[in-house]
Design a protein around this ligand. Structure first.
Ligand SMILES: NC(=O)c1ccc[n+]([C@@H]2O[C@H](COP(=O)([O-])OP(=O)(O)OC[C@H]3O[C@@H](n4cnc5c(N)ncnc54)[C@H](O)[C@@H]3O)[C@@H](O)[C@H]2O)c1
Ligand SMILES: N[C@@H](CCO)C(=O)O
Ligand code: NA
Length: 430
């Protein structure tokens, strides 16, 4: 058998410890598949004394994380520290500059610095691999970059955050509170170090920016993504959506047409008969529509130690076998940013929820705003109440331009009949 692939591992948290464990548990099988053993020779993390339940004997401990890049005898570095900048980025840059390959699970870093890092890796002839960065254990980077590389894509969308999906699906099934289920997702190792990245949709947007680049052959453009998380989805929305035949999921959507590239992360209503409605807990799913292959549907665990380590180690196996090709779908220097599509021109159905004062004329006022903005109502229910006693009015519109819904909501802004901010969510189609 060939010489081992010697790796340095930065970060020994959920993912880093998971990688050490997986390499130990499946070492023989991995070596046979990779053609050589994969051996951790150096590690770095914040706390040397912490018991992580893994065996680090015989492995060098390095206090200066970025110095792992030049550590003697290392063939490749695994970065599972996290954070778009700071020590993770310093390590990534130094690793590539040292002529070594890099494997990372860090979607924030790839979303913000992926173009520069990819160009540097390609210029230096080293690999930069990031399967774990998008949808955890699902091989969706491989799926789009390799398996479906012959296709033009019309759209790619999916459930890209395990923490939010766990929160929404447990709230829906068990009626537990948002804060309680978030704490559980953190304890299970799904959440980011700062869970605001999860619940505000930023983590899903990091992943969507990478998927859109792979699908459409454009430069990663995180800043162009309209991002709304799940913070303002309330129990009444989950109940009203269910009564109307939907489940709520945080979905990242990217599409390319003559108007440019559309990218949005937003809570959506998903019809019960759509496959994404049945993606629960920490599962993620990605749908991609290719012109030759048709519809691809990927599903699997998007967060947690085992699924994420599975993707990191798959990248290491690729390196051991001799990975090649561009970092993204084409050489980084040939990728350009796309024009940004106008969201207002999009056509679709929408869910609207109002919390209103319980008095005559309120429904008529809402209906008049809809009529004046050209929004036609498909179904409407008024049955629930908000915790403050306000009446909940929930409706689904017929297909129409998004700009009309925005106009209707503008007409109601400041109305004394509303007791809180209305909620708007698109309804997922195809
Ligand atoms: N947890 C998941 O399910 C998951 C899934 C996919 C991707 N990721 C990504 O993987 C990365 C790691 O996530 P995690 O959940 O393992 O995080 P974690 O917080 O559990 O672990 C982070 C590790 O990095 C170390 N670290 C933090 N700051 C450091 C510093 N300044 N210098 C040296 N070491 C430092 C910590 O000591 C810890 O060992 C992140 O980029 C995350 O977004 C996580
Ligand atoms: N915090 C992320 C981890 C996986 O990227 C999530 O919940 O999906
Ligand atoms: Na993945």
């Amino acid at each position: 058998m060939a010489d081992p692939l010697n790796i340095a591992l930065a970060g020994l948290g959920t993912v880093g410890a998971g990688v050490v464990r997986l390499l130990a548990d499946n070492g023989d099988l991995i070596a046979r598949r990779a053609g050589r053993a994969i051996r951790v020779v150096a590690v770095s993390a914040r706390d040397r004394t912490r018991d992580r339940g893994i065996d680090l004997s015989g492995i060098d401990w390095v206090d200066d994380t970025a110095a792992l890049a030049e550590h003697s005898g290392v063939d490749a570095v695994v970065e599972v520290v996290g954070g778009s900048d700071g020590p993770a980025l310093a390590l990534a840059r130094r690793t590539i500059a040292a002529g070594r390959s890099l494997v990372t699970a860090n979607k924030a870093m790839i979303a913000h610095h992926g173009m520069d890092l990819a160009a540097a890796a390609e210029a230096g002839g080293v690999a930069l691999k990031y399967e774990a960065a998008v949808a955890g254990g699902i091989p969706v980077i491989k799926g789009l970059r390799e398996g479906a590389a012959a296709n033009r894509f019309a759209h790619v969308y999916g459930i890209l955050n395990g923490t939010c999906n766990h929160i929404l699906s447990v709230m829906e099934k068990e009626g537990r509170s948002f804060a309680d289920v978030l704490a559980e997702a953190q304890a299970l190792g799904y959440a980011e170090a700062d869970p605001a990245f999860d619940i505000d949709g930023v983590d899903a947007a990091h992943k969507l920016a990478i998927l859109a680049s792979l699908a459409f052959g454009t430069a990663i453009d995180f800043d162009a993504i309209e991002t709304v998380g799940v913070r303002h989805v309330v129990e009444a929305d989950i109940a009203e959506a269910a009564a109307l035949g939907f489940r709520i999921r945080l979905v990242g959507v990217a599409g390319m047409d003559a108007g440019g590239l559309f990218q949005r992360v937003h809570p959506h209503l998903v019809p019960h008969d759509h496959p994404l409605a049945h993606v629960s807990g920490s599962l993620n799913a990605v749908v991609a529509q290719g012109d030759a292959v048709g519809r691809l549907f990927f599903e699997g665990r998007g967060a947690g130690a085992g699924p994420t380590a599975s993707a990191v180690v798959a990248d290491l196996i690729d390196l051991a076998r001799g990975a090649s090709g561009p970092v993204l779908s084409m050489p980084a220097e040939t990728l350009e940013r796309a024009a940004v599509a106008d969201a207002g021109a999009r056509e679709g159905r929408a869910y609207l929820r109002f919390a209103v004062a319980d008095r005559p004329g309120v429904l008529a006022e809402i209906a008049a705003a809809m009529r004046d903005a050209g929004v036609s109502i498909e179904s409407l229910i008024q049955r629930g109440t908000m915790p403050d006693g306000s009446v909940v009015v929930a409706m689904v519109t017929h297909r129409g331009r998004e700009a009309c819904v925005t106009d209707a909501l503008g007409r109601l802004r400041g109305s004394a009949s509303l007791t809180g901010q209305p909620m708007w969510m698109p309804i997922l189609e195809d």
